[in-house]
Design a protein around this ligand. Structure first.
Ligand code: AMP
Length: 403
């Protein structure tokens, strides 16, 4: 990687400002209901503390729209972090909590930190300036430390004060271990993939993934499209899609992409059979539409059928690199989750491939299918990983110091 890593830094006794992704769900009583994101960044926190950093942790939580909101306070996260750190480092000093991420008190608390101690700042998005990448606000954040580390891959596609602005006022800015892992896996898949390289894309809309399809088409050997977005392509091929999801304004583009794939001699696999229903509803009765059969005008496809699972799985089994983003059907409804789960199993079943899964639903599917441990890399940033796959530069990564 051409950017500095936390491992390149001399951390001992330095005040280190670490941007993390502690955007975790809280229940009505303010308790953390899923601490996956905290645990994922724990190795970087542990690394910094063991190397004698005086650690200042900064994150956003939810969308408080630039105003303090007690329901989105990071205070419960400090408590959970204490428990998790106790596990990995043994009973340690308390993790401090600063009720504001800037100001005299935060500066004072940062100065009082001793080597190996941590301080969590209150939600950085309680200030509207954060999302504006405001210079004065960035400077105020920068007063808390000398060195900057970004481990929040999930926020790296945003140019905010805590991801970009602050780096201008720091001695050095480096990637944390989680950020580094994300960049290595995604970067390698795009720049030096082992072939065959198969991309699996799903989800609701073609419009959300055009950039990804276009960029990946120049790199992959096969592209597999499932989920709602497949039906605009099937319509472009002249098939009957009934009431299935359809983006009329993307029809010409779908035709163009199909023609491009053909010109490139690239496999472009679409569903050949379907599970349909008469309405978009968890209780709707699932019905199979066999291979080559049209989808009736009053039905909508909500999952891929068994033949499609076979077809896609056979292609996935041949791959050496797999990138998957987006579900194959309405995974939230039990009756229509089968296709997505089967694809999760197919991806996990290819032990010889480097498999990378991103996006909330596909990540949920590999957990749900009990195969998460067989995936090479599960990306923590939905939006950021999509922008990376589109070939865009992530501002939060660009801002880090070059090696
Ligand atoms: P995305 O956020 O673009 O990855 O899309 C995820 C959403 O796509 C999920 O909420 C799914 O329910 C939805 N989805 C997947 N397949 C279909 C389909 N065939 N029809 C309607 N929605 C779908």
């Amino acid at each position: 990687m051409s950017k500095l890593s936390i491992k390149d830094l001399q951390l001992s006794n330095k005040r280190v400002f670490m941007r993390v992704d502690f955007n975790v769900p809280l229940d009505e009583n303010g308790r953390v209901t899923d601490d996956t994101r905290i645990r994922e960044t724990l190795p970087t926190i542990e690394y910094a503390l063991r190397h004698g950093a005086r650690l200042i942790l900064c994150s956003h939580l939810g969308r408080p729209k630039g105003k303090p909101n007690p329901k989105m306070s990071l205070k419960p996260v400090a408590e959970r972090l204490r428990v998790l750190l106790d596990h990995v480092m043994g009973p340690s000093e308390n993790v401090g909590f600063s009720p504001d991420c800037i100001g005299a008190q935060a500066v004072e608390m940062s100065k009082q930190l001793e080597k190996g101690q941590a301080l969590l700042l209150e939600n950085v998005r309680f200030h509207a300036e954060e999302e504006k990448n405001d210079e004065a606000f960035s400077k105020q954040l920068a007063m808390l430390a000398e060195i900057y580390v970004n481990d929040a891959f999930g926020s790296a596609h945003r140019a905010h004060s805590s991801t970009v602005g602050i780096t201008r006022f720091m001695e050095k800015s480096a990637a944390g271990l989680l950020m580094q892992k994300e960049l290595e896996y995604l970067g390698k898949a795009l720049s030096h993939p082992q072939h065959p390289f198969v991309a699996i894309l799903g989800g609701a809309k073609v419009s959300d993934k055009i950039g990804v399809i276009q960029n990946l088409m120049t790199k992959v050997d096969a592209i597999i499209i499932g989920g709602g977005m497949a039906y605009t392509f099937l319509k472009a091929q002249g098939q009957e899609i009934g009431k299935s999801l359809f983006e009329a304004d993307k029809l010409d583009l779908a035709k163009q992409l199909l023609a491009d794939a053909k010109a490139r001699n690239l496999k472009f696999l679409l569903p050949v059979d379907h599970v349909v229903a008469d309405k978009f509803d968890a209780q709707a009765h699932p019905e199979q539409i066999g291979e080559g059969q049209p989808i009736p005008a009053d039905k909508m496809a909500l999952d891929i059928g068994p033949k499609t699972v076979e077809l896609f799985s056979a292609e996935i089994a041949k791959a050496r690199t797999i990138v998957w983003n987006g579900p194959m059907g309405v995974f939230e409804f039990e009756h229509f989750a089968r296709g997505t789960r089967a694809i999760a199993k197919a991806v996990a079943g290819n032990a010889g491939a480097t498999s990378i899964v991103g996006g909330g639903d596909s990540v949920a599917a590999v957990h749900d299918a009990g195969v998460a441990d067989k995936i090479t890399h599960i990306s923590t940033g939905g939006g950021a990983s999509l922008e990376f796959l589109e070939g865009k530069k992530l501002p939060g990564v660009e801002a880090l110091t070059n090696k």
